[in-house]
Design a binder for this molecule. Structure first.
Ligand code: AMP
Ligand code: MG
Length: 402
């Protein structure tokens, strides 16, 4: 067996990952519990929103033509003929020429009115209202269906819901909503040197940073992480834990042991129980990455270095999760920035560089992939395409935000 990895381009690896994504499963949840979930149905408004023309200020509903030329010096004098009550549509309350009707914020605009004068620009003198400012047609009025029109699509499936969206769902008459089920993602840390966070490491040992980091990101992304503990680089232990994980999870992620050292077992074990589809991706950091499949369960082998594992999670695993969740890929958050310095890169592999972004300036944080600190200080990644020897200072870049 060759000791070198046969690397493939990132786009091919992403395609390979997306191809093995298990089919999306959906469930209905109460809308209040749907924030962060990916919509699995299109959303329609069952009524016009708002359902009637309404005032957006406290003031007097008027015919705008009756206020033409009104000013502090020469107010328009209108006869107040009624008051709109909140939550009530009184068809009898209609406006005649030369009249006005008091309307609170959100009140139904009376028939015949086409604008509202803010109360601040009026004075009362008995039944007469002095209007000291002209209003134009439609001023201070929210038109019926101005927000959303009955039977129109408000949101399409694939959107990740946020609290604002949930306000709209409620306004559209939804109490529950169909969303993608949360995929269960198994996490296995591998390595004889690893100990859990509560253990003080002896010389030669390191604490497992990857499992909690991967779990936290996955939970934020709408998955259910399930941790299978630290596995030593021993064949039987490895095989047993993977065999268990694939029966309980939708996807399994291993970290460590993904390269080609004698102690690196991930590829061999996946090959025994299933199939290795990719071993080696033209990505830096993250080259010794495995994409495999056991039965219908995708199994990833991520490099052990925390920064490498995280970059591969974002660049390679996330597209598979998006496919599983039915999430529209265009919703990945990016920001445009300009590079503060030259960034070198090796031709032939796509390079992901961690950057910090401030006021539109992206500054690379060069660091060995074994270090956690550049990961913490960074806001996201820029990608230097495979055909480039680097990017020059001043280049426009798109930063994939964490
Ligand atoms: P490996 O990919 O197994 O060759 O590991 C590469 C490097 O990452 C080694 O220095 C490991 O000690 C380190 N490493 C592996 N797994 C973890 C982990 N879960 N947390 C922190 N460091 C790790
Ligand atoms: Mg290892």
């Amino acid at each position: 067996m060759s000791r070198f990895l046969n690397v493939i381009p990132v786009t091919d690896a992403v395609r390979a990952a997306e191809k093995i994504a298990p089919a999306k499963k959906t469930e209905r949840v109460p809308i209040e519990q749907s924030s962060g979930r990916v919509l699995a149905e299109d959303i329609f408004a069952d009524t016009d929103i708002p359902g009637f023309d309404r005032s957006i200020v406290d003031g007097y509903a008027v015919r705008s033509a009756d206020t033409t030329g009104a000013s502090d010096a020469i107010p328009a004098l209108l006869n107040c003929t009624g008051r709109v009550l909140m939550g009530i549509h009184d068809p009898a309350l209609a406006l005649c020429t030369g009249a006005c009707i008091y309307t609170p914020t959100g009140g139904v605009l009376p028939a015949g009115a086409d604008a509202v004068v803010m109360v601040e620009y009026t004075d009362e003198a008995g039944d007469t209202v002095l209007v000291k400012k002209a209003v134009s047609h439609g001023e201070n009025v929210l038109q019926k269906d101005e927000d959303f029109m009955k039977n129109r699509t408000v949101f399409t499936r694939g959107r990740r819901l946020n609290p604002q969206n949930i306000g709209v769902l409620a306004a559209c008459g939804y109490s529950t909503v169909a969303v993608a089920m949360k995929p269960v993602i198994g996490i296995i840390s591998t390595g004889n040197e690893l100990v859990t966070g509560v253990t003080v490491p002896e010389p030669g040992q390191v604490r497992d940073a990857n499992a909690p980091m991967l779990a936290a990101w996955l939970a934020d992304y709408g998955c259910i992480p399930r941790f299978y503990g630290i596995v030593r680089d021993e064949r039987e232990a490895f095989e047993a834990v993977i065999a268990k994980a694939i029966t309980e999870c939708d996807v399994v992620i291993l970290s460590g042991g993904s390269s080609k050292d004698d102690r690196d077992m991930t590829a061999a074990v996946i090959a025994t129980q299933g199939e290795v589809l990719v071993h080696g991706i033209a990505i830096a950091p993250g080259k010794p990455t495995i994409i495999g499949k056991i039965g219908s369960i995708p199994v990833f082998g991520l490099p052990g270095h925390p920064a490498s594992a995280f970059v591969v999670l974002i660049a390679i695993v996330r597209p598979l999760l998006d496919a599983m969740l039915g999430q529209n890929r265009s919703l990945v958050r990016t920001t445009n920035a300009v590079l503060s310095v030259n960034v070198p890169s090796a031709r032939g592999r796509e390079e992901y560089v961690r950057v910090k972004v401030e006021n539109g300036i992206a500054t690379p944080l060069f660091g060995k992939s074994g270090l956690l600190n550049t990961l913490v200080a960074s806001d996201g990644l820029i990608c230097i395409p495979a055909g480039y020897e680097g990017l020059e200072k001043g280049s426009a870049v798109s930063v994939i935000l964490w």
